[in-house]
Write a protein that binds this ligand. Structure first.
Ligand code: GCB
Length: 608
């Protein structure tokens, strides 16, 4: 059973002992356009306000910087960009030595260095996870000085970054201008960069709840919440589990143990129960005395009680078969790029629900904490994906562990797994993932190339991407039933594990039509999906446990790969439906009817 906790760096939440101050809004910004991209370091731009060392732009945070200005060289910039702003820190935070002040960056792509008043406080590699620094001692050095936060971010991808990339310098002066170089990437989405998720300051008492790990189970009507609390300081504890109405259902004073919940309300996926996404609240109060004063910290962790199990042919949530009917997404939209945007997040959840989807995969990187919390509350099931392969830092797996909505880890997407070291590599990667989180199944995403099956023996669920009649046999939809059937039979025949069609689809330019259908028309996209669906309906009676369309919405790519972006979305980048969206909508509500439990308030006409 599952819903595990975070190791260290509990996600900041306001409470009676903790304050949060968001630093979103306009920051000063400058790209370092020097040939070495190193002028900012050579001239120590972090030592004073950016405005004192050169011209600046106003840059919104959070947002990718690429699409904000009218300057193509900023859109395509590779190297260090610099952000700074001044922050008013409440006097009490500075004066009160018993208050811990933490600066947290939700994510910045890809490599970041952070200074406060010219003092380096953090350095972080990785574009899709949060990082933080205790800045109390720096801001207390001179309590009268304003607090200036400087963040330098470098989007360069190399062979050792996740995702990987390479840089090529073009030295032929008959063809290229001086200093010309390009970033090569091995994925099709645009490598947006900048400060992508909220930046905030938060406080805790200097002795505080550092980490809560939760693993859930149930037997008959009794929910079991196994927990472990770690506190900085020798603490007296009060642990209270409360239901949605705030009624206490279990208590403890131990740092670890099992909370028993009578008449448990389980966490269920959307469309599988009348009351999906049920969350308890586990309130932890810690009291630490330093001899003079008692420091109280309060942290409330949402907890969903549910189990996950995989058999040879089924995926079970709370011991009931779950069929994934959902989407693959990107964090991507006009102007903001990969910047977190609440209107977009809420719109996307509304579209997911409209579609009758019950799940999505966070292709191709971990998504914002804010999105994962929405999934927990709304009962949207998640396959959570790493930003590639070869993770060396185990904390990379820590971020999302708290979420009942995450039912499976995806450790890689379509690696060149036929290469000789791959077998050892994937075995190790999957083993590590399972060791870090024994409560969740693990997968890696293969393509339909059956030779690339390294890793497959070690995963719990086989996930396959295929694009029949698109990248192969273009225009020939008649191959789909044969090739898809062969694909499923081969994978299942060899591994006897349940299979998810983790990607399939076709590009459609909205408003482009032809009959008989031709590639890139709305009709062709529709018909490709329908041909796949026929096979899914056969195989889901046996061992196919899910289907995720590629993609939820059109998204930006590098130039040269597609018509101003990938067009396999069933929604446009502006989140308007193409014809295929209605095909999927009818299908998903039908599937919900057949495999889940439609809530009584559901009025979707064509499925009922
Ligand atoms: C894939 C990749 C995805 C691409 C997609 C495509 O297999 O996983 O990132 O966007 O194919 O449309 O080519």
């Amino acid at each position: 059973g599952v819903s595990a906790g975070v190791r260290g760096h509990a996600v900041p939440r306001e409470s009676s002992s903790r304050e949060v101050k968001e630093l979103n809004g306009l920051w000063s910004f400058r790209a370092d356009r020097s040939p070495t991209r190193n002028e900012g370091f050579d001239l120590a731009w972090y030592k004073g306000p950016l405005t004192s060392t050169g011209p600046v732009l106003e840059m919104p945070v959070p947002a990718s910087y690429n699409d904000i200005s009218q300057d193509a060289t900023l859109r395509d910039f590779i190297g260090w960009v610099w952000y700074d702003r001044e922050v008013v820190v409440p006097t009490r935070w500075v004066k009160d030595e018993g208050t811990r002040v933490v600066l947290r960056v939700g994510s910045a792509h890809y490599y970041s260095i952070v200074w406060v008043n010219g003092v380096k406080v953090a350095e972080h590699e990785g574009g899709h996870l949060p990082f933080e620094a205790d800045i109390g001692s720096v801001i207390r050095e001179d309590p009268t000085a304003p607090c200036r936060i400087t963040i330098a971010v470098n989007n360069t991808l190399t062979l050792t970054t996740l995702p990987p990339g390479t840089i090529t310098h073009m030295n032929d002066r008959t063809k290229y201008p001086g200093d010309y170089f390009v970033q090569n990437i091995f994925f099709d989405f645009f490598n947006y960069a900048g400060i992508h998720r909220p930046v905030l300051l938060y406080t805790t008492p200097k002795f505080y709840v550092d980490d809560i790990t939760v693993v859930t189970d149930y037997s008959d009507n009794t929910g079991l919440v196994r927990y472990e609390v770690s506190v900085k300081g020798a603490a007296t504890l009060k642990v209270t589990l409360m239901d949605k109405d705030g009624h206490c259902v279990a208590t403890s004073s131990l740092p670890s143990g099992v909370l028993k919940v009578v008449d448990v309300k389980l966490w269920w996926p959307y469309l599988m129960h009348d009351n999906p996404g049920y969350l308890y609240s586990m309130e932890v109060r810690s009291y630490v005395s330093d001899g003079q004063q008692i420091f109280e910290d309060v942290y409330a962790l949402p907890v969903g009680i549910r189990t996950i199990n995989v058999t040879t042919t089924q995926f079970l949530i709370n011991n009931k078969p779950f069929y994934f009917h959902g989407v693959n997404k990107h964090e991507d939209s006009d102007i903001r790029g990969k910047g977190l945007d609440w209107p977009l997040i809420v719109k996307d959840f509304n579209l997911i629900k409209w579609l009758g989807a019950n799940s999505f995969r966070t292709s191709h990187y971990p998504y914002a904490e804010e999105i994962m919390q929405m999934c927990d509350r709304h009962g949207i099931v998640v396959i959570d994906e790493c930003p590639g392969v070869g993770i060396k830092d185990i904390r990379s797996f820590g971020n999302a562990q708290n979420h009942p909505s995450v039912v499976m880890w995806s450790v890689a997407n379509e690696p060149a797994a036929e290469m000789p070291p791959a077998d050892y590599y994937f075995r190790t990667l999957i083993k590590h993932t399972k060791a870090l989180d024994p409560t969740r199944p693990v997968t890696f995403i293969t393509d339909s190339n059956y030779a690339r099956d390294k890793g497959a023996p070690y995963v719990d669920v086989i996930c396959v991407n295929s694009y029949f009649s698109w990248y192969h046999d273009p225009g020939h939809m008649e191959v789909i039933p044969i090739q898809l059937n062969t694909q499923f039979e081969n994978w299942f025949g060899k591994y006897k594990k349940p299979i998810i069609q983790s990607e399939y689809g076709a590009d459609a330019v909205p408003g482009f039509h032809s009959d008989p259908p031709m590639m890139f028309t709305e009709e062709y996209q529709k018909d490709v999906l329908k041909s796949y669906h026929k096979v899914f309906d056969e195989k889901r009676k046996q061992y196919v446990i899910g289907e995720l369309i590629w993609n939820f919405a059109d998204f930006m790519t590098v130039q040269g790969t597609a018509l101003g972006g990938e067009q396999k979305g069933i929604f446009t980048r502006q989140r308007q439906p193409k014809a295929a969206a209605f095909v999927l909508r009818e299908r998903y509500w039908g599937l919900a009817n057949a495999t889940g439990k439609l809530p009584p308030w559901t009025k979707y006409p064509c499925a009922l």
